[in-house]
Design a binder for this molecule. Structure first.
Ligand SMILES: NC(=O)c1ccc[n+]([C@@H]2O[C@H](COP(=O)([O-])OP(=O)(O)OC[C@H]3O[C@@H](n4cnc5c(N)ncnc54)[C@H](O)[C@@H]3O)[C@@H](O)[C@H]2O)c1
Length: 312
C-alpha cells in the first residue's frame, strides 16, 4: 500500500515511516523541516521525500493511488501556542484542513489525525476514556480538538474514514531534548548520564502515562490499514494504560544508571501542570487491535542504548 506521512522527518513521524516501511508499504513523507531532520529518515527504495509545507501542497505533488495519510505535521508545543497563537492555529488547524482537502482531491480513503491528550485538559476521572469531557487548557489542545472535529465532519460528509489518535506522553529516540511533552524523561536521562542532580517540581507523586514511541508507530500503522466503513470515525487514546509517578520514573532510571550518585531535589510545583494522567486504551485495543508491547522500562532501555556516548 502507499501512504503519505506528513511531519515524517520529525520524532514520531520518522518512527511511523520506519514502521510502514518495515511492513513493506510505500511511503511519501512531506515535511518542511522546521523541527524535523532528514537524518531521522532512512535511505529506502520505497521511501520518497517531499520537502514542502503541507499548507502549500497541491494534488499534483503526489502520485496516485494513495491508500491513506497519517497527518503528524504540527507545531507540537503548548508554549508556542500561547506565544504565537495565530501561527500555531495555521500550522495545527489550517494545515489539517489542507490535509482534508488533499484527501478529497486525491480520493484518499483514510485519514489518521494525530491528536493529543491535551484535548482533555485537567482530568476529572482516571483512567481517561475517550468519553471524558474535552476541556482544553491551551490553544494547542483546542487546535487539536477542533482539528479532530473538522476531520470527522468531512469524513462523514465525503465518505473517507478517519482515525484520531490521542497521544499521551510519547518518549524515545530522536525526540528533541527540548520537547515539552517528555521533557522530564529527556532532562532526567541527560542529567543522569552526566552525573548531575535531578529536580522534581512538586512532591514527585504526580503521574503520567509515558508511552514508548514504537508503540505509537504501531498504533499509526494499524490505524492506517484497519478495515473501516467509509465515513466512519474512530477516536482512540494511545498510551500504555498505566501511569507512573515521577519518583517511580527516577527509580527506574536509577537501575539504568547505577553509577548515578547525585542528588534528587524537589522544587515547588509549576502552575498549570496537571496532577495525574493515565489513558484508558480499550478503544484502541477494540478497534485497532492495539497493544502496548513495549513497557516504559524496555523503552527507556532502548532510548538509553540509542544515545551517543557522553563527551568529555
Ligand atoms: N511528542 C508527544 O508526546 C506528542 C503528544 C501528543 C501529540 N503529539 C503530536 O504528534 C505529532 C508529531 O509530534 P513530534 O513530537 O514528533 O514533533 P516534531 O516536531 O518532531 O514533528 C513535527 C514534524 O512536522 C514538521 N512540520 C511542522 N509543520 C509543518 C508543515 N506546515 N508542513 C510540513 N511539515 C511540517 C516538522 O518539521 C517536524 O518534522 C504532532 O502533531 C504533535 O502535536 C506529540
Amino acid at each position: 500500500m502507499h501512504f503519505i506521512v506528513t511531519g515524517g522527518a520529525g520524532f514520531i513521524g520518522s518512527h511511523v515511516t520506519e514502521q510502514l516501511l518495515s511492513e513493506d508499504h510505500y511511503v511519501t513523507v512531506v515535511d518542511n523541516l522546521t523541527t524535523g531532520n532528514l537524518n531521522n529518515l532512512p535511505e529506502h527504495p520505497r521511501l520518497k521525500f517531499l520537502e514542502k509545507d503541507i499548507l502549500a501542497c497541491q494534488p499534483e505533488d503526489f502520485s496516485k493511488p494513495i491508500d491513506g495519510i497519517a497527518h503528524l505535521a504540527a507545531t507540537p508545543s503548548v508554549t508556542e501556542s500561547w506565544l504565537q497563537p495565530l501561527a500555531a492555529h495555521h500550522n495545527n488547524l489550517s494545515a489539517t484542513i489542507a490535509v482534508i482537502e488533499l484527501c478529497q482531491a486525491l480520493e484518499i480513503p483514510r485519514l489518521v489525525f494525530t491528536s493529543s491528550a491535551a484535548v482533555y485538559g485537567n482530568p476529572v476521572q482516571l483512567p481517561i476514556t475517550e468519553t471524558h469531557p474535552t476541556s482544553p487548557i491551551s490553544p494547542y489542545g483546542l487546535q487539536k480538538l477542533v482539528s479532530e472535529q473538522y476531520a470527522s465532519l468531512f469524513a462523514q460528509q465525503f465518505g473517507f474514514s478517519m482515525v484520531a489518535l490521542r497521544l499521551f506522553n510519547v518518549f524515545g529516540p530522536r525526540q528533541a531534548p527540548n520537547s515539552q511533552y517528555s521533557g522530564v524523561i529527556s532532562i532526567f536521562v541527560n542529567a543522569m548520564r552526566q552525573g548531575l542532580p535531578i529536580t522534581i517540581y512538586g512532591d514527585g507523586t504526580q503521574t503520567r502515562d509515558f508511552v514508548y514511541v514504537k508503540n505509537v508507530a504501531n498504533a499509526f500503522a494499524k490505524a492506517l490499514i484497519t478495515s473501516l466503513t467509509s465515513g466512519s470515525c474512530i477516536v482512540a487514546n494511545v498510551g500504555t494504560g498505566k501511569s507512573i509517578s515521577l519518583v517511580e520514573l527516577v527509580d527506574i532510571l536509577k537501575t539504568c544508571f547505577p553509577q548515578w550518585q547525585s542528588e534528587l531535589k524537589f522544587a515547588p510545583a509549576r502552575p498549570g501542570d496537571i496532577k495525574d494522567s493515565q489513558a484508558d486504551i480499550s478503544n484502541a485495543s477494540t478497534h485497532l487491535d492495539f497493544t502496548s508491547q513495549w513497557s516504559v522500562e524496555s523503552g527507556l532501555q532502548y532510548l538509553i542504548e540509542s544515545l551517543d556516548p557522553v563527551k568529555g
